[in-house]
Design a protein around this ligand. Structure first.
Ligand SMILES: Cc1ncc(COP(=O)(O)O)c(C=O)c1O
Length: 383
């Protein structure tokens, strides 16, 4: 367990922020790194050409440590949707085949596949929410010979349901299906290893569990796809990018590894240092310990909420850091605003109250949420 790290964050004592799955708070050292990076633009003469490469390389190296792969496999992207679009552009799908997604999958990992299926004469195959909460079994049952691509998360974002990606990865390889992962609701809070899962593409936006800023993320591309077609053609992806004087000697060659998939202006001098600082902190804490720490608080909350008729998928079918509380009665959409008036912050997603703590939360934060829910539950959650 990690002792409470609230001192590293700017969270007032009276704020119970239990909403990391919405957006994590930027920790003070990451804010400082980002602010210093932004300030560099006041003195552009100090931004030497090498700086366009060193910050990006540090991002790749740090991200690679987090997902257990080579830095050469990491591209820098602005969003999960950008990474998924890159995968959709490069993976083959034949007429009559299908692309596997989950029911209530996040739209950024749904729409690109809907389009890809339409364009390729393929169809979307939707894994229905399993009554027994076992998403892994449901996915494995759906992985039949028609599936060309399985586009999945590690954690289903409205239920907190966790997928066993090692088993799913194995099944995909047996079938010859590609595996594309959106790790936005898990990476940084749930251990993940490229070596174990062997996905074809995996993306994570930085602004949730990677504790980073908005508009930057990492994209893993497996070596077999690294010769693919990027979404953009920009100067810095090319082999001659380091020689600023010769950029107009156009070249057909891309820079090494996965750099061809980098977004334009990927060397963002403010966002990258903040994202890197945050990832370094995660590595120092260790993801397994973050998972345990958030999980312990969620377990207490799940037990307390059970008295009020709420239930959540049990662990290990649920990811420890991600608690989605449901009950028979519908959850009013306005509930977060009502709680926010008490400075307690959670989300409502689908038919669940989503509670997602991190190492900055205290036991009192949890107790305040439970006290609010109890008051509201007595009033039958009419708000
Ligand atoms: C599962 C999941 N993926 C991705 C995102 C963000 O997508 P994008 O980076 O395309 O805005 C979210 C945001 O809530 C999410 O919950």
């Amino acid at each position: 367990m990690i002792p409470c790290q609230r001192h590293l964050f700017d969270i007032p004592d009276d704020v119970a922020y239990l909403n990391c799955a919405y957006m994590s708070p930027l920790m003070k050292p990451a804010l400082e790194a980002g602010t210093a990076g932004l300030a560099r633009k006041a003195h552009p003469w100090e931004i030497t050409p090498d700086k366009f490469f060193t910050g990006s390389d540090e991002f790749r190296t740090t991200a690679a440590q987090l997902i257990d792969c080579s830095p050469a496999c990491i591209a820098i992207v602005p969003s999960a949707s950008y990474g998924i679009a890159t995968a959709a552009r490069n993976l083959p799908v034949k007429k009559g085949q299908s692309i596997l997604v989950l029911e209530e999958q996040f739209p950024s990992n749904y729409y690109p596949w809907q389009r890809r299926a339409e364009e390729g004469g393929a169809s979307l195959k939707v894994v229905r929410r399993p009554e027994n909460n076992d998403w892994t079994a449901a996915v494995l049952n759906s992985l039949t010979s028609d599936v060309a691509i399985a586009a999945l998360p590690h954690v289903q974002w409205t239920s907190g349901g966790r997928l066993d990606l090692v088993r799913i990865g194995e099944a995909c390889r047996k079938l010859g299906a590609a595996l594309v992962l959106d790790l936005t609701q898990s990476l940084g809070a749930l251990p993940f290893s490229v070596r174990d899962v062997q996905p074809d593409f995996a993306v994570a936006a930085s602004y949730k569990w990677l504790l980073g800023p908005y508009s930057v993320g990492l994209l893993y591309v497996a070596p077999k796809w690294q010769g693919g077609i990027p979404l953009e053609e920009n100067w810095i992806q090319r082999a001659n990018a380091r020689d600023f004087a010769s950029l107009i000697l156009y070249t057909e060659n891309y820079d090494a590894g996965t750099r061809r998939f980098d977004m334009g202006e990927r060397s963002n001098f403010a966002l990258l240092p903040a994202a890197v600082r945050a990832m370094k902190q995660l590595l120092e804490w260790e993801v397994a310990r973050i998972s345990e720490t958030a999980g312990a608080l969620n377990r207490q909350l799940a037990n307390a909420a059970a008295d009020m008729g709420f239930s959540a998928p049990p662990e290990p079918l649920r990811a420890p850091h991600y608690l989605a509380l449901r009950r028979k009665e519908a959850i009013p959409k306005e509930l977060p605003e009502v709680l926010a008036r008490e400075k307690v912050f959670v989300s409502v997603r689908g038919s669940s109250i989503r509670v997602t703590p991190h190492v900055y939360n205290t036991t009192e934060d949890g107790e305040r949420l439970i006290a609010c829910l109890r008051r509201i539950a007595v009033a039958k959650i009419t708000v």
